[in-house]
Design a protein around this ligand. Structure first.
Ligand code: ATP
Ligand code: MG
Length: 379
């Protein structure tokens, strides 16, 4: 990693720059030795937007965040904030001059300071007056629901409370960009789930431009305006959570966000032919079957219906017979594996708990083409 060198004076941000920054990463790469950790990545974040970087371990999330913060110099590309370049291969504006706050993957709050002292620290560094600091700290502690614990030390707090101190400390200085790297990874599952909503609530309150790194899709779904799914140093797709889930555009995204079935279809004439059955092309969402020839579709397990009998006439053209091969009861759902008749497909189907089928049962599968997403040319 090359040491960050400060940019010359003219690139400094004006003191009256707007509070919530626009961020733009343009063709950003980071190569460690011969290994490309981040690969020509483009990302535009509008002021006040909450964007998650979501992806498996080692895909380059932390490296991207550290480049935004100014700790890592890009090998290629530029990062600009409100139009001013803050990172380029030749020069990097020092982290402390970016007016950003970052919570690191293994966040730490100072054990020898009380909650209030932890939160006040950044404000004192900025030489704010005593009374100003007191009011800002008190307001922030109330916002993160720690008002009554201001005089406690970190060792006297639960994991979730410590997490909120870290958030309060990052937010109290009114950063132009808030960067969070897996901030909930030290918490147990229940608390993690609670804190996701807390983080979104705080975002709705303050609307800081936020980049949030996580490998947990549920966390990204709850907190984000848009999610950027990363794989091997690149963004594969960036969309709001609903679109990402319902209209994944690559195999990787379809499999990473929730569970899915990938089905090869042949688009031609009025039909899309799958292995063993066909569905009417007009029933697919607009644009999904625009391509001719082989196309791969992502079909969510819960978008396939199961019945003991063929369905009524209206749905008949989307219904095909099959046999139930496997089942598992998960409480909230049944997970079935079903083989359509005359097909090599093995489809995952999820139903509500009271829709009970036995292994070996003949069943009818009911597809909803409107819920099928084309993720590209079939192979
Ligand atoms: N300082 C470094 N020197 C060499 N390689 C590095 C360095 N930092 C990270 N890498 C490599 O770059 C890749 C991306 O690392 P990064 O920390 O960005 O991943 P990540 O997506 O944050 O993963 P995780 O979810 O495990 O935190 C990894 O393969 C990692 O081993
Ligand atoms: Mg990381």
């Amino acid at each position: 990693m090359s040491a960050a060198r400060e940019m010359p004076e003219p690139a400094l941000l004006p003191p009256d720059a707007p509070a919530r920054a626009r961020l733009s990463l343009s063709g950003i790469s980071c190569i460690y030795g011969g290994f490309t950790a981040v690969d020509q990545l483009n990302l535009d974040i509008v002021p006040g937007e909450f964007v998650s970087l979501l992806g498996p371990s080692g895909c380059g999330k932390t490296t991207t965040l550290r480049m935004i913060a100014g700790f890592v110099r890009p090998t290629a590309g530029t990062i600009s904030m409100d139009g001013a370049i803050i990172s380029a291969p030749g020069a990097v504006l020092a982290p402390e001059r970016r007016q950003m706050s970052m919570i690191f993957q293994s966040y730490a709050i100072w054990p020898n300071m009380t909650v209030a002292e932890n939160v006040a620290f950044g404000l004192k560094l900025r030489r704010l007056g005593r009374e100003d600091v007191r009011v800002k700290v008190a307001t922030m502690l109330d916002t993160v629901r720690l008002g009554k614990l201001a005089d406690r030390y970190p060792a006297e707090l639960s994991g979730g409370q410590q997490q909120r101190v870290a958030l309060a400390r990052a937010m109290v200085i009114q950063p132009r960009v808030l960067l969070l790297d897996e901030p909930l990874s030290n918490l147990d599952a229940n608390l993690r789930e609670e804190m996701r909503f807390e983080i979104r609530r705080l975002h709705d309150t303050f609307k800081f431009t936020t980049v949030y790194v996580t490998h947990d899709q549920g966390e990204a779904m709850v907190t984000s305006d848009r999610i950027a799914v990363m794989n091997a140093g690149k963004i594969e797709q960036i969309d709001p959570p609903y679109l990402l889930y319902t209209r994944p555009r690559t195999r990787f995204v379809a499999g990473f966000i929730g569970r899915t079935n990938l089905m090869e279809g042949e688009c031609g004439g009025t039909e899309v032919r799958f292995d063993g059955f066909a569905l009417p092309r007009v029933m697919f969402a607009e644009g999904e079957t625009a391509q001719q020839g082989r196309v791969t579709f992502s079909v969510r397990p819960q978008s396939i219906g199961l019945r003991h009998n063929p369905s009524e006439a209206g749905r008949a053209q989307c219904t095909t017979p099959g046999r139930l091969l496997e089942r598992a009861f998960l409480g909230e759902t049944w997970d079935y594996v079903v083989a359509p008749e005359g097909s090599g497909l093995r489809l995952k189907v999820a139903t509500l708990p009271f829709q009970v089928f036995e292994v070996g049962d003949p069943v009818w599968l009911e597809f909803d083409p409107a819920q099928m997403a084309a993720i590209g040319k079939g192979e």
